[in-house]
Ligand binder design. Structure first.
Ligand code: PA5
Length: 341
């Protein structure tokens, strides 16, 4: 096969390392005064809301996955909406938008400010950076990539450092292992080529457990955005109570693929589900997440599966970077002034 253009993937290890340098060391000492109301970043928090969309929002899913393995001190709430969840008590809000111009994320950030919550922006710039910096709110400016999803480590790694600084999770010892996971996946191109070949001319049904939801969602999103390929992700155990009934009929063109991590709590459950699926239709493909730490296997998974979608795009002769319908929607939302941002 001709060499695949890996876009920004070869830079992922360095993006991860560079981006964490931009998290302010004194972030817990910040005090923001909004119209006489002081938001104090040194206080205790009882939840973390990670708000963002698409390639930025998946950072929340990944952090939430990791908290199934790590001893995270408070729940992580993943929010992919223009509003924040109601009835939060003492949250820390992390607003992530690669471009800084995503209306939903800017609106959520504004809502956090008006509710008096400590908030931190993670972005390359844009309106989010301007809105927050103008109010003295900390913004972590991260390095650019060819499109939001290719900058994943620049958005994820600072978020992990923020969790560490707020005493939510102890991440420092694992960061390098996450980078090893990326590096290992960058060497598994032959395997990615094999997997992409198996997915050709089929609708992938991605089975993944709750504790690896982020890897499954990211794979589906990368199939959608890089290869412009339709796919379904079914999260178990819930998907074993509904999706399974529909996707085990002998419909042509479905390809089952399961993502399994080492030590996943739901591992035996997923194996059982795959045996049942195999008794109805062709045996599912299995992608094993390799790694000695939760972050390593998670990063191996998102990197390896992302590269697989670039190979698929190549096989389909599809241009991977641009996502015109997403751009058009953003323009229309802007034109129709649906969101006051
Ligand atoms: O990866 C992509 O290009 C998209 O999924 C974007 O991440 C999404 O549209 C949100 O944009 P942004 O990440 O700039 O907030």
């Amino acid at each position: 096969m001709v060499a695949i253009n890996l876009i920004d993937y070869p830079r992922w290890p360095s993006l991860a390392r560079e981006s964490i340098l931009n998290v302010p060391a004194d972030i817990r000492n910040v005090r923001v005064n909004i119209d006489g109301r002081v938001i104090d970043y040194s206080g205790e928090v009882d939840s973390v809301v990670i708000t963002g969309m698409g390639g930025s929002g998946v950072v929340g899913d990944i952090a939430s996955d990791l908290c199934w393995f790590w001893d995270c001190k408070v729940p992580i709430i993943v929010s992919k909406n223009m509003r924040l969840p109601r009835r939060l008590s003492k949250p820390l809000v992390i607003a992530i938008s690669y471009s800084g111009n995503t209306a939903e994320t800017i609106m959520s950030a504004n809502e956090a400010l008006s509710r008096g919550y400590p908030i931190i922006g993670v972005t390359t710039g844009g309106k989010l950076s301007t809105v927050l910096s103008n109010k003295g709110v900390p913004v972590v400016l991260v390095p650019k990539a060819s499109a939001p999803r290719y900058g994943l480590p620049s958005l994820l790694y600072p978020t992990l450092i923020i969790l560490e600084r707020f005493g939510i999770a102890s991440v420092a010892n694992e960061l390098e292992s996450g980078i090893s996971g990326m590096e290992r996946a960058l060497k598994a191109i032959d395997e990615a080529e094999r997997l992409a070949g198996e997915l050709l001319n089929a609708i992938p049904i991605i089975w993944v457990s709750e504790s690896r939801r982020g890897v499954g969602i990211r794979f589906k999103n990368d199939l959608n955005e890089n290869a412009k390929y339709f796919a379904i992700v079914s999260i178990i155990p819930e998907g074993a109570h509904n999706d399974i009934a529909a996707v085990t009929t002998k419909q042509v063109g479905l390809r089952h693929i399961a993502i399994m991590g080492p030590n996943d709590y739901e591992g035996r459950y997923l194996e059982t589900l795959l045996d049942v699926v195999s008794s109805f239709v062709a045996k599912p493909l299995v992608v094993k997440l390799e790694g000695s730490t939760p972050l390593e296997s998670e990063m191996y998974g998102v990197t390896f599966l992302g590269i697989t979608t670039l190979v698929l795009a190549h096989l389909l002769n599809v241009e991977p970077i641009s996502t015109l319908p997403i751009d058009r929607l953003k323009e229309e939302l802007d034109k129709r002034k649906l969101f006051p941002v």
